[in-house]
Design a protein around this ligand. Structure first.
Ligand code: HEC
Ligand code: HEC
Ligand code: HEC
Ligand code: HEC
Ligand code: HEC
Length: 209
């Protein structure tokens, strides 16, 4: 800490001298300067870690109704009533790290003919015609330091509902299961045999790197 704050300390001493604090002894000046330096560093750290707070707010949907979305899209209508498979809209879940959210073109493929007078479809139409993506609000989001991969789980036949709950029965998507580290590790530990022989199920590097 001393080394880190040295240039700051030096500058603060000069500043203290300029401010006319002659009564202070050398050690007190140094202490004051170190204190100021540490304060600045701590302030810097708190600014750097700020996005974490945003993440925590974003994933605060556990046990709460999901966020209000720009278009009232209901999974229940499309999945339970119309039997549209998840993969029709989230086609990258099986092959990529990230599961895609369907672009407005996917909606328009059906809705250019279906429910065109519905006020929510009027919104979809507006986004489509102005070539603007629908600004969906994210529900599930892990911090940047967590490595998660959909394809690893979908190809190991872990059902979507194990992690996301029965999305097909929800009107607005929420987060019924808190996907924290303990939860991930518990399942990995009990599935150790399903992992490829060279891959460690609960090694820190499996999920953090
Ligand atoms: C007709 C298209 C469509 C189908 C079918 C569909 N979804 Fe979605 N899904 C969406 C759209 C659009 C969103 C973004 C808006 C929202 O959150 O409701 C979304 C959001 C989600 C989210 C939340 C994403 C986030 O922000 O974290 C999950 C989880 C999800 N879907 C899972 C599923 C599952 C599981 C199925 C099948 C049971 C499914 N979806 C079927 C269109 C679809
Ligand atoms: C495979 C075709 C298909 C796709 C893709 C599709 N829908 Fe639908 N959607 C339907 C049908 C069919 C209905 C039911 C119409 C009815 O019952 O009158 C519907 C109903 C709706 C409704 C009205 C729901 C209600 O009853 O209140 C909204 C809003 C809607 N869809 C939005 C979307 C959005 C947004 C997307 C893109 C993420 C989307 N849909 C994708 C076929 C589709
Ligand atoms: C092992 C648990 C697990 C399974 C199984 C799973 N998901 Fe996810 N899903 C997650 C996590 C964790 C996130 C947040 C990922 C992130 O922030 O990096 C997520 C995020 C999403 C998102 C938001 C976009 C994204 O990729 O971040 C969608 C959409 C989604 N999942 C759909 C699905 C669908 C559809 C299935 C089934 C085909 C599925 N998920 C299976 C855990 C899972
Ligand atoms: C319901 C059980 C279950 C849960 C919950 C779960 N996983 Fe997994 N995970 C698995 C299985 C099974 C595999 C596949 C192992 C294989 O095929 O090698 C896997 C594989 C992975 C892999 C790929 C490992 C590799 O080296 O290829 C990562 C990364 C991963 N999981 C991260 C996570 C994270 C992060 C979470 C929590 C957000 C999580 N998992 C939650 C069961 C689970
Ligand atoms: C199967 C996946 C997985 C494994 C293995 C794993 N973690 Fe995590 N870790 C996560 C997830 C997901 C989070 C973020 C979610 C949460 O718990 O808040 C996390 C969060 C963390 C955090 C931040 C905690 C906080 O409260 O901010 C630390 C530190 C951490 N992990 C350390 C480790 C160490 C050390 C190991 C090895 C002993 C390890 N992790 C193994 C998935 C994993």
């Amino acid at each position: 800490m001393r080394i880190l704050s040295y240039p700051l300390a030096k500058r603060s001493i000069i500043a203290a001298k300029k401010m006319g604090l002659p009564g202070l002894t050398q050690t007190w000046r140094t202490r004051l300067a170190t204190f100021t330096g540490v304060l600045i560093i701590l302030l810097g750290c708190s600014l750097v870690t700020r996005p974490q707070t945003t993440h925590e707010r974003k994933t605060g949907w556990v046990g709460n109704p999901g966020p209000a979305q720009p278009v009232a899209f209901y999974h229940q209508v499309h999945v339970s009533e119309l039997h549209i498979p998840c993969a029709y809209c989230h086609w990258t879940a099986a092959t990529s790290r990230e599961a895609n959210i369907p672009p407005v073109e996917t909606c328009w493929g059906c809705h250019k003919n279906i429910s065109i007078t519905h006020p929510e479809i009027a919104k979809v139409r507006k986004y489509y015609l102005s070539a603007q993506p629908i600004p969906w609000v994210r529900v599930n989001q892990q911090p940047d330091y967590v490595h998660f991969s959909h394809t690893a789980h979908v190809s190991a036949n872990v059902p979507c509902a194990t992690c996301h709950g029965e999305v097909g029965k929800m009107l607005v998507v929420s987060q019924p299961i808190e996907m924290n580290m303990g939860w991930c590790v518990t399942c990995h530990r009990s599935n150790e045999k399903r992992f490829h022989p060279k891959k460690a199920a609960v090694d820190c590097y499996t999920c953090h790197y």
